[in-house]
Write a protein that binds this ligand. Structure first.
Ligand code: SF4
Ligand code: SF4
Length: 303
């Protein structure tokens, strides 16, 4: 059995059916691509060399195994939710890292002496680009990766490894160009060619400090106090997308948290209660601020 066949067999036994590989070093095209983004979101690491060199994270790295983790567990949106869908279950960093650790342990029994380093959105690497390079999807106008089976509702993780895997072939597809995400975006942050993170509600719900009147108006355009699912919810590529086969994403949901509950916590008890939630990383103050903006919203703003 060749290396790719071993990888896919190990992954399928864990329920992971969207797995691809990228050879190292990464293509020079990636550095050019990242350098063209002259106004990257502050949550994105700025050091292009670190972003394009997985070898800096694992000495002797030869490949990156990229894994998609579908998190959509039901078709409908939940009108009572005020937290983004990707945060309903336990923090995806925790779930994905557990899967990647198990995948690495299985692979280590075949590739003795080789090393595997799990990364989930916490390294400088451009995970969406790696997923594209690994043949796992293509990009829509909303800038999300679109996987042909699971749509955009996927978290991305990887294993940097010393094992040599063949490079996958990227999908030569584009989105339907229907324009729905552009029209529905609460901040008008999207065009067919550009994305202005400063007008993206998902970014603004995580930005610290007092927001401007214009930013508050964007927050008030839908009921979420953390994140924004609008461009994904309207995208036709998600209409028939499969639900997640991974049970961890369906368990232990918290979809809504109100200001009274948040206010009752000290910072210590907040992190003790919700430290395993992706929406808790900015602390309770930012969530309370957003809840206040929405509570003060003129009737109908969130419709
Ligand atoms: S997440 Fe929301 S605000 Fe950001 S681009 Fe998508 S629709 Fe616009
Ligand atoms: S909503 Fe339409 S334009 Fe936007 S990414 Fe999806 S298919 Fe493309």
């Amino acid at each position: 059995m060749d290396a790719s066949a071993i990888l896919h067999r190990c992954a399928e036994r864990l329920g992971l059916d969207q797995v691809g590989t990228v050879s190292l070093p990464l293509d020079d095209h990636l550095a050019d691509y990242l350098a063209r983004d002259t106004s990257p979101c502050p949550f994105t690491p700025q050091d292009i060399r670190a972003r394009t060199r997985p070898e800096m994270l694992l000495d002797g790295a030869r490949s990156v195994i990229v894994v998609l983790f579908p998190y959509r567990t039901e078709r409908e949106t939940d009108p009572a939710a005020n937290l983004s869908r990707y945060t309903w279950g336990r923090d995806y960093h925790l779930i994905c890292t557990q899967y990647l650790d198990r995948l690495a342990a299985r692979l280590a029994t075949y590739f003795k002496g080789d090393r595997f380093l799990p990364v989930v959105d916490t390294s400088p690497l451009p995970d969406r680009y790696l997923a594209y390079a690994a043949g796992l999807g293509f990009f829509g106008y909303h800038r999300c990766l679109i996987n042909p089976r699971y749509g955009t509702y996927v978290a991305i993780g990887g294993l940097i490894t010393t094992v040599v895997f063949p490079a996958a072939v990227p999908l030569r597809r584009s989105c339907y160009a229907c324009g729905r995400c552009l029209a529905a975006c609460p901040g008008q942050a999207l065009t067919a060619t550009d994305f202005d993170y400063t007008r993206c509600k998902s970014y603004l719900t995580q930005k610290k400090g007092d927001l401007t009147a214009e930013e508050i108006a964007i927050i008030r355009k839908n009921p979420l106090i953390f994140g924004c699912d609008t461009c994904q919810d309207v995208c036709p590529h998600n209409a028939e997308a499969a639900l997640s086969p991974l049970p961890e994403f369906a368990a232990d949901h918290i979809r809504h948290i109100d200001a009274t509950t948040l206010s009752a916590h000290s910072n210590r008890t907040f992190h003790a209660a919700y430290g395993d939630r992706a929406w808790a990383w900015r602390g309770k103050g930012v969530l309370l601020r957003n809840a206040d903006y929405l509570a003060d919203s003129p009737a109908g703003d969130c419709s």
